[in-house]
Ligand binder design. Structure first.
Ligand SMILES: [Zn+2]
Ligand SMILES: [Zn+2]
Length: 393
């Protein structure tokens, strides 16, 4: 059976820091331990050599916020220290020689048995650089952040859909240098120390270690004349005008996602997404309940009592609505298919709420007629249940 590297995986313990340690603390601790255990300072001391290897490996993970996060998540899932039982990697041969590069490049393949989803997690953690050997600059790649912005549109625009120009000031690929960070007319040169990989390997006896290249700060490229606009970052604040298509039927407070329109990624990674939150101005007559359009229509007592046909506005025009005789105040009549059409093909209804309008003033003949009605209808008690209750007191 071939020997395997079984690695007790407490990177925090290796570096002698707590799991809450800041990046600065981690760096400080790593530097101290690396200096103390450096093979140059401890010739022939295998214990120091092993320790040096461990701290380099731990630092390789914990110094990268993305890797550290995945590592923390893996630890949480399997319990801190579960790693002592063995996260195993196939990288090491019987000689005990392994290269950190191999380790990170092969994680997913080596976790076949026994750990279920662990392979996936470590695949994410260590497989980051999977693919072409030497494509190491992508270790520094980081997806751009998502950005959210707001737009305000009118009710009718929300119902029918709209195309809006959107002005945005946000970090974007620097136009002056095209994102490479170098002053126009110059270009970044490949780091001569790491040959563009961003990592340097050091061999000590049977061991090979990788650490971020100091010359280029792990970027793989050196910029002699930084771009005056972005100071070499390749990203600057830009005002952009985007066209946003608001789909028909959008609701107040809904978000529209524009993939890839967020902050640009670093190191060639994908840009984040832009989320546009839509605020809809209320309409002076119409309201909305999901796909249904709502409207409150004042009606007279006579219309409710005798029945009537009333004309009601819709989004597009008008519609006749029949009020049956003896309709109560507040009743909601449904007009099918006159609501809000969504892009999925569904259309809501128009909901008409009838609300009795009491005349504020009556002229002589109106008053006379109403008094005659009151007299004639005195035999109908409008509130029999209340009358019944009152008799008992
Ligand atoms: Zn620039
Ligand atoms: Zn370099």
């Amino acid at each position: 059976m071939s020997a395997r590297e079984w690695i007790g995986k407490d990177f925090y313990r290796e570096l002698g820091v707590s799991s809450e340690a800041s990046q600065d603390e981690i760096k400080k601790s790593y530097r101290k331990l690396a200096r103390e255990n450096h093979p140059d300072a401890n010739p022939g001391n295998t214990e120091a050599e092993t320790k040096f290897k461990s701290v380099s490996e731990a630092y390789g993970v914990l110094s990268d916020p993305a890797k550290r996060k995945e590592y923390d998540e893996a630890r949480q899932l399997f319990g801190a220290g579960a790693g002592a039982g063995g996260f195993n990697f196939p990288g090491g041969g019987g000689s005990g020689t392994f290269d950190v590069n191999d380790l990170f490049g092969q994680g997913a393949a080596g976790n076949a048995g026994g750990f279920g989803g662990l392979g996936d997690i470590l695949g994410g953690l260590f497989g980051r650089r999977g693919g072409a050997a030497g494509a190491t600059t992508s270790t520094r790649a980081q997806r751009g952040a998502d950005v959210e912005t707001d737009v305000r549109i009118d009710f009718a625009e929300a119902v029918k859909g709209a195309t809006l120009p959107l002005r945005l000031s946000s970090p974007a690929t620097c136009k002056t240098c095209g994102g490479n960070g170098a002053k126009p007319g110059t270009s970044p040169r490949t780091c001569p120390v790491c040959q563009g990989s961003g990592l340097v390997s050091r061999s000590q006896g049977a061991f090979a270690f990788s650490e971020p290249c100091r010359e280029c700060r792990g970027r793989g490229k050196i910029i002699d004349d930084p771009c005056p606009e972005c100071h070499g970052e390749g990203i600057s604040t830009q005002t952009r005008t985007l066209t946003v298509r608001v789909p028909a039927g959008v609701d107040d407070n809904q978000r529209i996602r524009l993939a890839g329109q967020g902050e640009p990624g670093r190191g060639g990674a994908a840009a984040g997404d832009l989320y546009v939150r839509v605020h809809v101005n209320p309409h002076k007559v119409f309201g909305r309940s999901g796909n249904d359009l709502t409207i409150t229509v004042p009606v007279s007592f006579a219309e409710l009592t005798l029945g009537a046909t009333i004309t009601v506005p819709t989004l597009e025009g008008r519609v006749s609505v029949k009020v049956p005789p003896a309709t109560n105040n507040g009743r909601v009549l449904r007009v099918r298919g006159k609501g809000i059409a969504k892009r999925d093909g569904s259309t809501g209804d128009l909901l008409v709420t009838l609300q009795v309008a009491v005349p504020s003033k009556l002229d002589g003949s109106e008053k006379e007629a109403l008094e005659a009605f009151a007299e004639a209808s005195a035999k109908h008690d409008p509130r029999p249940e209340i009358t019944e209750m009152l008799k008992e007191r």
